[in-house]
Design a protein around this ligand. Structure first.
Ligand code: F6P
Length: 556
């Protein structure tokens, strides 16, 4: 039975932090000027990541109080309970063991008296063996041709993780295989992604933890029909539907019985377990498309990177524990400085799907109003995450971060080595790129005073508009290169940041009941939009009017 959460707002540390917040006057210029050791004291390492918190709106006293808060709410105890496989996903009565997915084969992790590490490695071996058959061309389509395109059909955690990682690890991909990702039930998604594909060389992976998600099953049926229709239209195949599906469809799921019902041979199904949350599943067999793209060794390095960060989180004292500190810092921003958003700004085009991935990880995990014992939360919870790669974001929304009225804490991520070193004449373009990374955090922290603006010869009436207030908090995260291991470290870092915040707020970061109502209503509304008058009458006035507009405008 899970301990009831400690109400963080009743702790001594919370009171102390509230004291710091009262009349808080951040002064990064002054803090840097007065404290020569600030950067050293506030820069930490975890695995290959260097994390500089010194441009955050924190003083050593605030940091100490945040560490005490972690102690008072029992962060380490909850973390240890998670690693031990206790059922800390209280509302679903499940263990939370995504960390077991990246344990080495000789480790032990017990769930209900069973060492799940053995199951994990058996599932990984199954996936690796399939991936290597596809990569080598040994796995053939029904007409005997090798696979050239892998289409992952999945949504949420069954799409965002593999898709993000596929993009991020582009330099490591197999040169003759492409992966595509169909997620949206908007038929446009399937139509566009399938349009130029050859059915004889296309393999579909239906990825769904539950194998009950409307979007995924609908898209899977669309793709099956597309495959069969196009194979027959080309007169390249005269066998049965089952034979074609067996060579062109595999599945990833925890529900093997439903996979069989769909018509996919359970021998071609890759399993995982209910103790892996959808948004924590990229490192399970949900990553099959990624394993095909980057191969066994790279996928193992990816898992190794996650494990490195897990070990850091599990064993490092909170005062040097990077995910814990970053999560606690977010608590300071959300609960004491009223930040409602959080920007993630990777200076890496390869990470262009990383903010979208983190939106599910953080917002589906911590967007809650009740605690794990069912009582209401006692403070604000999860932030709105958003982001874009630099420098694109600089030309879109950074204006608000620099000069707007909202506080937007931002994580800046960069790599010393480019994936593709290119030169513009004598200029190393990566250096030009990174100059922006360094410049932005500098500008956000230290701003530009009215006197500095005047010193540039700015006419007085324009001065105010050109002042940068500074004291906009950023965390800089750097690593040598974006390798599979470093990507794994980054993902696990954010998983544990999310966990830390959830513990302080006392919430179950592993359920997602908030997405259920919309799913149920969509099912009820289908008859109304198809013209059933009775079903339409059951709708509210606004929905009735919108459905009526739809029916008038719909041409066929
Ligand atoms: O949107 C809710 C959700 O359950 C996510 O948590 C999950 O990642 C997604 O749907 C997809 O679920 P499944 O993998 O079961 O199809």
């Amino acid at each position: 039975m899970s301990q009831p959460p400690v109400d963080a707002t009743t702790t001594g540390a919370w009171g102390k932090l509230a004291g710091y917040a009262e009349g808080f006057q951040p002064d990064l210029r002054g803090w840097f000027g007065d404290d020569a050791d600030r950067v050293d004291r506030m820069t930490f390492t975890a695995g290959e990541l260097l994390v500089d918190l010194s441009k955050g709106l924190i003083t050593p006293g605030i940091l100490d109080a945040l560490v005490s808060l972690a102690d008072e709410v029992g962060l380490s105890e909850r973390r240890d309970a998670m690693f031990r496989g206790e059922r800390i996903n209280v509302t679903e009565n499940r263990a939370v063991l995504h960390t077991a997915l990246r344990l080495p084969a000789d480790a032990t992790s017990m769930v209900d008296g069973r060492n799940v590490v053995e199951d994990v490695h058996a599932a990984l071996e199954h996936m690796y063996s399939f991936a290597s058959q596809v990569r080598s061309g040994e796995w053939k389509g029904v007409t005997g041709r090798r696979i050239r395109t892998v289409v992952n059909i999945g949504i949420g955690g069954s799409d965002l993780g593999p898709h993000m990682a596929y993009e991020a690890l582009a330099p490591y991909r197999h040169g003759d295989l492409e992966c595509r990702f169909i997620s949206n039930i908007d038929p446009t998604d399937a139509a566009l992604k399938l349009a130029d594909l050859d059915p004889t060389t296309t393999l579909f992976i239906v990825s769904s933890k539950t194998f009950g998600t409307l979007e995924t099953l609908t898209n899977a049926r669309l793709c099956r029909a597309w495959l069969l229709d196009n194979l027959r239209a080309r007169r390249m195949f005269h066998g049965t539907d089952e034979e074609a599906v067996a060579r062109h469809f595999v599945a990833v799921s925890t529900a093997v019985d439903k996979v069989a019902e769909f018509g996919i041979d359970p021998a071609n199904a890759f399993g995982f377990w209910d103790w892996v949350g959808g948004r924590y599943s990229v490192d399970s067999t949900i990553g099959t498309s990624l394993a095909i793209a980057i191969g066994h060794d790279r996928f193992a390095e990816f898992l190794g990177g996650m494990h490195l960060m897990d070990e850091h989180f599990r064993t490092t004292p909170i005062e040097r524990n990077v995910p814990a500190l970053m999560g606690l810092l977010n608590i300071w921003y959300v609960n004491f400085l009223d930040a409602g958003t959080h920007a993630v700004l990777p200076y890496s085009q390869l990470l262009h799907r990383f903010p979208a991935y983190l939106q599910q990880l953080t917002m589906e995990s911590n967007g809650k109003s009740v605690r794990w014992d069912g009582s209401p939360v006692t403070s604000h919870t999860g932030e709105v995450y958003f982001g874009e790669p630099g420098t694109n974001g600089q030309h879109a929304f950074y204006q608000l971060i620099h000069q707007g009225t909202h506080l937007v804490p931002a994580d800046f991520i960069a790599f010393a080595n480019p994936a593709y070193p290119l030169k513009d004449g004598d200029t190393d373009v990566h250096e030009l790129f990174l100059a922006n990374f360094f410049a932005q955090t500098q500008a956000l922290a230290f701003g530009k005073t009215p006197d500095e603006v005047r010193a540039e010869g700015t006419p007085e009436k324009m001065v105010a508009a050109r002042v940068f207030p500074g004291n906009r908090p950023t965390t800089s995260i750097m690593a040598p290169s974006l390798t599979p291991s470093v990507l794994g470290q980054l993902i696990a870092l954010y998983e544990h940041i999310t966990f830390t915040q959830g513990v302080v707020w006392g919430i179950d970061s592993f359920d997602q009941w908030g997405v259920e109502l919309g799913k149920q209503l969509a099912q009820q509304i289908i008859p109304a939009i198809s013209g059933d008058a009775e079903a339409s009458a059951d709708q509210d006035a606004s929905s009735r009017a919108l459905i009526s507009y739809y029916r008038q405008q719909r041409k066929q």
